[in-house]
Write a protein that binds this ligand. Structure first.
Ligand code: ZN
Length: 155
């Protein structure tokens, strides 16, 4: 049995700016409306449900609000330099200098839908307690409607 949370319908969305270094079109600073989706697989419990998914939705909304209206900075990229007030991102002959307060530093090496999905999954496995009947969690991050990346882990 599978429980699905659609980020668009559940308003688990955020708007953010990113750049994919050296990519032809996505190598320019630009933004998307993103949604975070989730899928929870497991056995139905004696109460007739896999789990109460309100806590999962609340958790995902808190992650979305953390990322909302920020520039997504991949902190693991060696071209990223952080000073007190600014984040500098040196990509080829481009130098981006962005106020630190407009950025969110993420423990990823490139800010793609794929790595954002991995980031949300990892965070969720750290913070949300799942009942024993839950066997697998998947997270999908959509970059605009109808296109996204999914990742998952068996529990
Ligand atoms: Zn993009």
């Amino acid at each position: 049995m599978r429980l699905e949370i659609n980020g668009w319908a559940s308003k688990i969305t955020f708007s953010a700016t990113h750049i994919i270094p050296m990519h032809s079109k996505c190598g320019r600073l630009h933004g998307h409306d993103y949604a975070i989706n989730a899928s929870i697989e497991g056995e139905i419990g004696p109460d007739g449900v896999i789990m109460d998914f309100i806590s999962v939705k609340e958790f995902l909304r808190s992650v979305a609000s953390e990322l909302d209206h920020r520039v997504l900075i991949p902190a693991k990229d060696k071209r990223v330099k952080v000073s007190k007030d600014y984040v500098e991102y040196l990509i080829g002959d481009k130098k981006l200098s962005i106020p630190r307060s407009d950025c969110i530093m993420l423990d990823i090496y490139v800010a793609s839908a794929e790595t954002l999905a991995e980031f949300v999954l990892k965070r969720m496995l750290d913070k949300v307690k799942f009942p024993k009947n839950v066997k697998r969690i998947e997270i999908g991050v959509d970059e605009g409607r109808g296109q996204g990346a999914w990742t998952g882990q068996d529990l």
